[in-house]
Design a protein around this ligand. Sequence first.
Ligand SMILES: [Ca+2]
Length: 76
Amino acid sequence: MTKVLIVLTASLFSLAITAQQPEDNFSKLDTNNDGLISIDEAKSDPTLAQVFTELDTDEDGYLSKDELAELGKKLN
Ligand SMILES: [Ca+2]
């Protein structure tokens, strides 16, 4: 959690955009449209890639829409 907060503070602007438009951003990030964001897909957003493992709460190696939505809750 501490790491997430540090990264969020450092990169609040780009993440704020992601958090405000989770549906749009999820679709953009999910390039193969399988409903999950892999680490490779997350790398298109360097900030998201940095917090990927923190957001992957079930540790399956993918971010679900719900897990990405947690990012918005942390910022709000
Ligand atoms: Ca995907």
